[in-house]
Design a protein around this ligand. Structure first.
Ligand code: CUA
Length: 317
């Protein structure tokens, strides 16, 4: 017999705050509801047909009273908005030192890849107390990454990256659901997040690397470097190439000036777009000569290539 819980287990750094604001809002709405429905019942009884209660309509309005309850309720409403808004913003801003994990969703499974190259299917091992940033995309339709114990839900879309982050606060095994109807097997698109102690996680990592038959963990950036050469990127973006192409060293996270006078932040989404659809955003001072790699590179190779570009430090070449 499953135990009844008002809320799922709270297992991430922000789950307690999410619960508190939800509970406060529910209690507040409940109290207002009780007052309104209580008065409905009382008045129905008091002013039932034939009762002797006075029925004269008040003629004067108390303006001060009207204004004060409007102001009070507005302040309470804005208070809830600010409280929830602060949490919401924090839930969408991963700490700068987060570890990146790449998520590719497809009908009907979750594929994970750690920065060191370890791959997992429908299971994700993470250490407790470390902030994890998820860079997610879908190979087909819209899915949604939902871990109730972390109070975390984010849609995963084809053709672009979405992001989410969490810091697991206690070890355990938590359920991962797909929360967007995505076809016949949607309800079975399940996974598990296995939160381990930092030591446990390190030994798990070691055991994965030593697994016989495991792709001897080429880390993602190394695999990206190999693709960078194989796909010919290096012939224009490499050192001393004859073709003038933007220097990629240190570009990740920077603001890039575009030929149309606007600026864009070089995040994963921009790098992806520039590989698949290079003419969408031309860097100021360069000609639109790069060919598109649409259809020539898989989602996972794209992530490796982006990992490589992220690993290029300024002045490293
Ligand atoms: Cu994937 Cu529902």
């Amino acid at each position: 017999m499953p135990e009844f819980r008002l809320f799922p287990i709270s297992a991430s750094s922000f789950s307690d705050e999410v619960d508190l604001v939800t509970l406060a809002l529910t209690i507040f709405s409940g109290v207002i509801c009780l007052i309104v429905f209580g008065l409905v019942v009382i008045f129905s009884f008091l002013y039932r047909r034939g009762s002797k209660s006075p029925r004269s309509v008040p003629t004067a309005t108390n303006v001060g009273y009207e204004i004060s309850w409007i102001i009070l309720l507005t302040l309470i409403g804005l208070g809830f908005f600010t409280w929830a808004g602060v949490i919401y913003v924090r839930m969408h801003q991963p700490p700068p030192n987060s570890a990146d994990i790449f998520v590719v969703a497809k009908q009907w499974m979750w594929k994970f890849q750690h920065a060191n190259g370890t791959r997992e299917l429908n299971e994700l091992h993470v250490p407790a107390g470390t902030s994890i940033r998820l860079v997610m995309s879908s190979q087909d339709v819209i899915h949604s990454f939902f871990v109730p114990e972390f109070r975390l839900k984010q849609d995963v879309l084809p053709g672009r990256y979405t992001y989410a982050w969490f810091e697991a606060s206690k070890t355990g095994v938590y359920s991962l659901f797909c929360a967007e109807y995505c076809g016949n097997e949607h309800s079975r698109m399940l996974g598990r997040i296995i939160v381990m102690s930092p030591e446990g996680f390190r030994s798990w990592q070691g055991s994965m690397a030593g697994l016989p038959g495991a792709q001897t963990t080429a880390n993602m950036a190394d695999r990206g470097r190999e693709l960078f050469t194989r796909l010919g990127c290096v012939s224009c973006h490499g050192t001393g190439s004859a073709v003038q192409a933007p220097d990629l060293a240190g570009i990740y996270g920077k603001r890039v000036a575009l030929s149309n006078g606007t600026q864009v932040t070089a995040d994963e989404g921009y790098l992806r777009e520039s590989i698949l659809n290079p003419r969408a955003k031309i860097v100021m001072g360069y000609a639109p000569i790069m060919p598109s790699y649409q259809g020539q590179i898989s989602d996972e190779d794209l992530l490796a290539l982006i990992s490589y570009i992220k690993s290029l430090k300024e002045g490293s070449r």
